[in-house]
Design a protein around this ligand. Structure first.
Ligand code: AHR
Length: 511
């Protein structure tokens, strides 16, 4: 007996000494729920996100669709169980007049999409089409109201048109346009990037604008009340958050939007596929900055709102590179590689670990724009590495966050440093999910995970990896990057030993 015990101790020590990364999970100490809304998406009238991506028109006989909405895209997104979808922008939202997008299509005005490529917007995809899309997806809509160039009356009317059950001018108009019952939309953005394309405002001015708009987005138009999201800071502009929290009563504001993109340099981005390891490391450093930025905003919010009534909503995030050669620069169409999978895996771990304050987020953007989960080309469609990370992380939706203590080494490239391993863990329905990302582009990472507060009996897993950081799926070769079952994790005496290949994402299910 004594001998057996000694060998177990020796084995434990050997394993721990050889592991470069050690993680302790307190499986019985979960307190916070990881809101499924952290796994939200974003769709803007930009390039081929809406037109060609989601919507091909009712008369399209080449691409299978349901009332003009692509069936293949809907099916792929249903698989991801996407919890919410933000629309119509982005910068476009502050130019959008919703009444242009209702009623007979032939009567809808054609406008110029001033932010994105100067193309003609025929308004054939409007409120009814978007809310139909959300119903087909089984997802919650998140509408961004026009504050920059709209009016208080216009936004108030939109809320009434969409949410009011009784008799009113706006509900009568909705019925005239074929929708009897209100949709009851809960999530509403009050402008977008008010500090930039949404009006170049100072926050001291925007707080009063917000207060006025929010007052007339009357909660009475929706039974459960609506969730109003203020246009929040860019990156680490903590002053913006401070003024919002100080000057807006919490009965008017339920969330603060924050945007952070992983971009090397706004004036000199990198190619989406032809990047160096150096550029990879810088992109990852920018993505990892999300943790510092959220921590900073949370500290400001905690001072005004220790009970955490107001949510931090990261309603735009992702990698931003040069557009694909030969495509319209205003369409922001970029390929998606293993680098994007690394960004997604690490960022979602960061959001999960901040679940107490971060209760919603939207990857930019779902189809054909920036860090997309789906790319389309006419009737063809492919799923990107980012799609597969979202799929692998599904078990975290509405699960209980498990505190994780991690000790890891650094991945350094040409002076750019990021902790090599990123982790988050949660429990749901008796299973523990552990998502691990090895950011190191060259070295495998041996990891030891000590599970406390749970009798772990079995382990299964999935892995996303490739031969090259630049690996990606194309319309001709759509399955180059795809997750496969992973049985490289060993469970012994409540400890998991696993070696993560360079630039890989591994998700383990422990029961
Ligand atoms: O996602 C693309 C653009 O980035 C959005 O329209 C805007 O809000 C942000 O600057």
């Amino acid at each position: 007996m004594k001998k057996a015990l000694t060998s177990a101790v020796v084995l434990f020590l050997l394993i721990n000494l050889s592991a470069q990364t050690s993680i302790i999970l307190h499986a019985d100490e979960g307190k916070y729920t990881i809101s499924r809304h952290i796994y939200g998406h974003f769709s803007e009238h930009l390039g081929h996100c809406i037109y060609g991506g989601f919507y091909v028109g009712e008369n399209n006989t080449l691409i299978p669709n349901h009332r003009g909405i692509r069936t293949d895209v809907v099916e792929a997104l249903k698989e991801l169980e996407i919890p919410n979808l933000r629309w119509p922008g982005g910068c476009f939202a502050d130019t959008y007049h919703w009444k242009d997008g209702i009623g007979p299509k032939e009567d809808r005005p054609k406008i110029v999409n001033t932010w994105w490529g100067g193309v003609t917007e025929d308004n054939s995809f409007g409120t009814h089409e978007f809310l139909d899309l959300c119903e087909q997806l089984g997802t919650e809509p998140f509408l961004s109201g026009n504050v920059g160039s709209g009016t208080v009356q216009e936004l108030s009317d939109w809320v009434q048109y969409i949410n009011f059950d009784g008799e009113s001018p706006m509900s009568a108009l909705r019925k005239e346009n074929g929708r009897e019952k209100p949709w009851k939309v809960r999530y509403w953005g009050v402008g977008n990037e008010a500090w930039g394309c949404g009006g170049n405002m100072r926050v001291e001015h925007y707080v009063d604008v917000f207060r006025k708009y929010a007052t007339f987005m009357n909660a009475r138009w929706g039974e459960e009340g609506i969730f109003r999201i203020a246009s929040g800071p860019s990156d680490d502009n903590y002053h913006w958050t401070e003024v919002l929290m100080r000057d807006i009563p919490f009965n008017l504001m339920q969330g603060i939007g924050m945007h952070h993109y992983s971009v090397i340099d706004w004036n000199k981005k990198s190619s989406a596929t032809g990047f160096s390891e150096d550029e990879y490391a810088i992109t990852m450093e920018k993505a990892y900055d999300m943790d510092r930025i959220i921590t900073g905003h949370s500290a400001v919010m905690d001072r005004y709102d220790p009970q955490k009534r107001v949510a931090l909503v990261v309603d735009e995030w992702g990698g931003w590179y040069d557009v694909e050669p030969g495509t319209n620069p205003g369409f922001l169409f970029q390929q998606n590689t293993m680098r994007d999978a690394m960004i997604a895996g690490m960022t979602l771990n960061i959001f999960n670990n901040h679940a107490e304050r971060v209760r919603m987020a939207n990857l930019a953007q779902t189809v054909n724009v920036l860090q997309a989960v789906i790319l389309t080309d006419e009737e063809k469609m492919l799923l990107t590495p980012t799609y597969y990370v979202m799929d692998m992380y599904k078990a975290h939706h509405d699960a209980t966050l498990i505190p994780a203590n991690i000790h890891t080494v650094d991945y350094t490239m040409d002076g750019h440093t990021v902790p090599a391993v990123s982790v988050s863990a949660s429990t749901k329905d008796g299973a523990l999910t552990v998502s691990l990302v090895n950011i190191d582009a060259r070295s495998a990472q041996p990891v030891n995970i000590d599970i406390r507060g749970m009798q772990a009996k079995s382990i299964t897993g999935q892995i996303l990896k490739a031969d090259q950081l630049q690996a990606h799926n194309t319309f001709d070769h759509p399955d180059v990057v795809k997750p496969v079952d992973f049985n490289g994790a060993k469970l012994m005496h409540g400890q998991i030993q696993v070696t993560l290949p360079p630039f890989s994402v591994v998700v383990l299910q422990v029961k």
